[in-house]
Design a protein around this ligand. Structure first.
Ligand code: F2Y
Length: 318
């Protein structure tokens, strides 16, 4: 129905779709409607984060309580710095998410991850997970390290455990979280907890076309970029003619343009065009729509999206 379609829109996959449908139609609220996502606190919040935040807003609109985990111990285990510095980044991230307009409950991992019951469950998960599987689940997530540490395999166990200890029904994340989520789906039912529904968002390519958009790489559009920086970044971005796969500008057009979308262009360059849907735009691009036309559309809409967030951040003194 309507709520399901709202939740499903722009996702890559929902594991446990039928359970979600059942939850949405169950007026007795047998299963508490709690959705969560966790973030390692980060110095830059970008359009990849915003895609996920918007999905949490969709879930809120569909009647879910939204929990945002500021995963400080996870960032610590993943070699992102001292707990003190990570804590400050967490506060910053919370403010940005609020500026984006998300209504949620925020919690730090360190508020509950040292509890006796939580710890006992980590040991249970440790006994039931192979080293090989724990490492595989971290393939895209773990920071590069020539001498990988045990912390890397503790991390996914704790993330699976978070789902139980935050009483989550719907776990949200980028597609790179799926192996950890599948582990949680498999193990939690043997630990007195219902298998979570897992919703996975697309992961945007970096503006340089090398890998994914990432805070550590600077290949991103940030939530507080100025108009001139947005224009410059998009102008310089990787956007191969007629190519769809790994084209970051086309991906942004896919997830961030509002359709029907209008390209405004002088007559001598072909005049204005309206694209009814993303598919319509993609088809035009494959047939030779100029990258500069696409970039102009994308820059205009990104500015429209980011300006109010940036201004709100200024007002909140972030
Ligand atoms: O950002 C990431 O790669 C996530 N693994 C961070 C994260 C997400 C969670 F849902 C950490 C956690 F502890 C989570 O429970």
């Amino acid at each position: 129905d309507e709520k399901f379609e709202l939740i499903k829109r722009n996702t890559v996959e929902i594991i446990g779709e039928d359970d979600l449908k059942e939850m949405l139609s169950d007026e007795t609220n047998k299963r508490e409607k709690i959705a969560y996502i966790g973030f390692e606190p980060s110095g830059k919040i970008h359009m990849g984060h915003y895609l996920q935040i918007r999905k949490m807003m969709d879930l809120h609109k569909a009647g879910f309580k939204v929990v945002i985990l500021l995963a400080d111990f996870h960032a610590y285990l993943n070699q992102k710095g001292t707990l003190e510095d990570i804590g400050k980044l967490g506060e910053y991230n919370k403010s940005v998410f609020e500026a984006m307009g998300l209504e949620a409950e925020y919690i730090y991992g360190s508020e509950y991850q040292l509890g006796a019951k939580y710890t006992e469950d980590v040991y249970k998960l440790a006994l039931r997970t192979t080293l090989k599987r724990a490492r595989r689940s971290m393939e895209v997530i773990a920071r590069e390290d020539d001498n990988p540490k045990v912390a890397e395999v503790v991390y996914p166990l704790m993330q699976a455990n978070d789902i139980k200890h935050l009483n989550v029904a719907v776990a949200v994340g980028g597609m790179e979280q799926r192996k950890i989520h599948v582990l949680a789906r498999e193990l939690l039912p043997n630990m007195d907890f219902e298998s979570p529904i897992c919703l996975h968002n697309p992961v945007l390519s970096g503006l340089d076309g090398v890998g994914k958009m990432s805070s550590s790489k600077g290949n991103l559009i940030a939530a507080d970029d100025e108009d001139k920086d947005i224009k410059k970044k998009i102008k310089e971005a990787y956007c191969p003619m007629k190519e769809v796969d790994g084209n970051p500008i086309l991906e942004i057009a896919h997830y961030y343009l509002e359709y029907p979308a209008e390209l405004k262009r002088p007559e001598k360059y072909g005049g204005n065009v309206v694209f009814e849907s993303y598919e319509d735009l993609e088809k035009a691009y494959v047939e030779g729509l100029h990258p500069m036309d696409l970039k102009n559309m994308v820059a205009e809409s990104m500015i429209k999206i980011i300006t109010p967030i940036r201004e709100k951040m200024k007002g909140m003194n972030i």
